[in-house]
Design a protein. Structure first.
Length: 273
């Protein structure tokens, strides 16, 4: 497989039955996907362990498991028991990745803007989770949400090769004080992406080229860091009646254009996407 395999998240279209999504992703020319690791809905939770093999049976690789973010505030709690409960959840998900031969676990550090904020408590939590990653051979990729400051602090304080960045382009425009700075600062720790577009007001998860995200600058910043990992789109078609195959085709074209700019340095043209 060439550098920068192309992927799209499994939740790309609300109108497509879950059993049909992976074949459609493969037929659209993608190399890989990522799946949500259900934790709340018990009926779905019972099915999740079978999904990795369903993905692979369709000829796709599984780039990562995205774990639930409602446990994130507990990682920073001053209550040690609450903190350890949240850590135990994440450690169990790291073990799930190891058991299913999934190389990465994507997680959020925070849920909202009012989460607890005590660096030493959060650092202790993350050290425990990363140690589990080292044990199971799984990379823990922390996604930038409303927490650019925490991302930098955690990456700086934990130099483990099993701790990495999942760069979300929409979150970066919405919440970072200096968009794209995370890639410039931590591109060598970049493990995967969540590419989507937005108008800068809400996290719409549009396809690249539909909003204000500067994907050309992102592509150049990633290329300057020598990034060869997955280019993953996390966009969502909210129109259940929209043509899912056409949506996937547009998504893949946008990734091909971004990859071309990374490889050649030429201007990015998302017009056809």
């Amino acid at each position: 497989m060439e550098s920068n395999p192309l992927g799209i998240a499994a939740w790309f279209h609300r109108g497509v039955d879950f059993r049909d999504r992976f074949k459609m992703i493969r037929d659209a020319g993608f190399d890989t996907t990522c799946i949500w690791w259900e934790d709340k809905d018990e009926s779905r939770k019972k099915l999740r362990d079978g999904v990795p093999e369903v993905v692979r049976a369709e000829g796709l690789s599984l780039d990562n498991i995205h774990v639930p973010y409602h446990w994130a505030p507990g990682l920073w709690s001053a209550d040690r028991a609450e903190r350890l409960k949240a850590v135990a959840k994440h450690v169990s998900w790291v073990a799930d990745c190891g058991r299913h031969d999934v190389p990465r676990m994507v997680m959020h550090l925070v849920l909202g803007t009012k989460d607890p904020w005590a660096i030493e408590d959060g650092l202790d939590s993350m050290l425990r989770i990363v140690e589990s990653g080292e044990e199971h051979g799984v990379t823990v990729a922390i996604e930038n949400t409303r927490c650019a400051k925490r991302i930098g602090l955690i990456l700086e304080r934990i130099p483990s090769s099993r701790l990495a960045l999942c760069f979300d382009s929409g979150h970066d425009l919405l919440y970072s004080p200096a968009p794209i700075q995370l890639v410039s600062d931590w591109g060598l720790r970049l493990a995967t992406t969540h590419f989507s577009d937005t108008d800068g007001r809400r996290d719409y998860h549009w396809l690249p080229g539909k909003g204000r995200v500067d994907f050309e600058a992102i592509a150049r910043a990633m290329a300057s860091q020598g990034y060869e990992g997955t280019l993953m789109i996390e966009s969502v078609s909210r129109d259940s009646e929209a043509d899912a195959a056409a949506y996937l085709e547009s998504a893949r074209r946008s990734l091909v254009a971004i990859r071309k700019t990374m490889a050649t340095g030429l201007a990015l043209d998302l017009g056809a996407a």
